[in-house]
Design a protein around this ligand. Sequence first.
Ligand SMILES: [Zn+2]
Length: 424
Amino acid sequence: MTTISERLAPIPQPVLDIFDKLSSNQAVSDAITQAQTDEQLTLRDQIELTEIEAPPFHEEVRAANFAERLKALGLESVRIDKEGNVIGIRPGVGNGPRLVLAAHLDTVFPAGTPVKVRQEGTRYYAPGISDDARGLAVILEVLRLMQQYKIETVGDVLFVGTVGEEGNGDLRGSKYLFGSKEEHIDGFISVDGVNINRVLHGATGSRRYRAIYEGPGGHSWNAFGNASAIHALGRAIAKIADLHTPEDPRTTFTVGTIVGGTTVNAIAAKAEAEIDMRSINNDALNTLVETVLEILQKAADEENARWNATGDKEVKLKLIPIGHRPGGDQSDDTSVLLAARGAMERLGIPLLKYTHASTDQNVAMSLGIPATTLGGGGSEGNNHNVTEWYDSTDSYLGPQLALLTALSLVGVKELTTPLLSKQP
Ligand SMILES: [Zn+2]
């Protein structure tokens, strides 16, 4: 069996040279060693942040706390943008690329979910402890190390806590970060989850809709002849179920939920479904969405035609978009991907997964800005469940990986040139 590293083109020599120079530098290698010494410190940040609840659309208390931590570590320009993202800038020496190092502030858990962390040995239990309090703690540690060892970078590093990464948040934080253009950004790394053996090269895009059919309803016997909202939805689902989508680029769909009707002996006045569609290719995704939207309308038309329904007697379709995560993919020689692989090789971390997923990185990738997602170290389980846990064994590798990757991308003064290019 060939490993992923064997399947990929080798890391080019100039990239390896950069890592040679970084490792031979005293401040950088001291900082890498310090990450291990700081393991408990990083865990403390992680626990404290976990214990500040950050439910969907209400990350503000955790955001304020995270902003204070960036300031305490010496960042002068720390602000919270209009969407709620925390942004702290560590300037480089000038004229270099700007890299975002991000983690998400939000959790999937509603307000009032108990967030007290319970420890058993190296294992910590609490909702959100891994996803993504770990990421937040890791980027704080990267900043701490850069400050402590006075590492002067060529480019700027923007430390960002994003809002709305999960579920219905629909990436609203990173969408605003890129959409508002308040900050120029040349590269993006999200630290999300814990798996340090995984590098994401692509972003799974998704589109979600709620389709609502509404009609006249009526008694099943007396009003027989009226068009039915449930029958219209049934027609739609039958057609959607028969669709064929490409395996490459992988493109998927499902009708995830249905609700409708009031009782067995009534023609349904209302029926609705939620539909999820995904692809790693935006064109394939758009084609699928167009097809599904046509089907949804056609189903209403057919139901109306079946019963000669016109005007008030028609079943009508209402479409509500409930999710839009842009997708994208990058070539294997993209700077952030080579940087991550180079740093892993240097730290002896095997690359076991080279794949795509949906994280804050999606927005950057869809815009052609080099991006990836790294794990924060340690191990995790039961994410998105109140029984979520985090195990801190060898967790220091997470901050080491994020630090070394970031440094190679923005460059170190009088030592290395940045791997990351400036976007026009
Ligand atoms: Zn996450």
